[in-house]
Design a protein. Structure first.
Length: 80
């Protein structure tokens, strides 16, 4: 965990902890993976990408996205 000063707190000398995201919304996952929104939904339907529902929000765990990429990478290297 890194410490990062928030703009309002810098003058007061307060340090605010900075956390990496644990989960992201679909538009952010689209940017992270570099694939289309429709494709993300297809992968979710197929059970290849994990989701978490909180109320009406759909979140994708970053750890799950990393595992998805690692699985795909492993599958590609075994074909070659």
């Amino acid at each position: 965990m890194k410490d990062k000063r928030a703009p309002g707190d810098a003058a007061q000398g307060k340090t605010v902890p900075h956390y990496e995201r644990l989960a992201v919304r679909i538009p952010v996952a689209v940017q992270m993976l570099g694939i289309g929104r429709s494709r993300i939904y297809e992968l979710i339907q197929a059970g290849e990408i994990e989701t978490i529902k909180i109320g009406s929000s759909t979140l994708l765990p970053v750890e799950g996205l990393i595992k998805f990429i690692e699985t795909r990478r492993s599958a590609e290297s075994s074909i070659i």
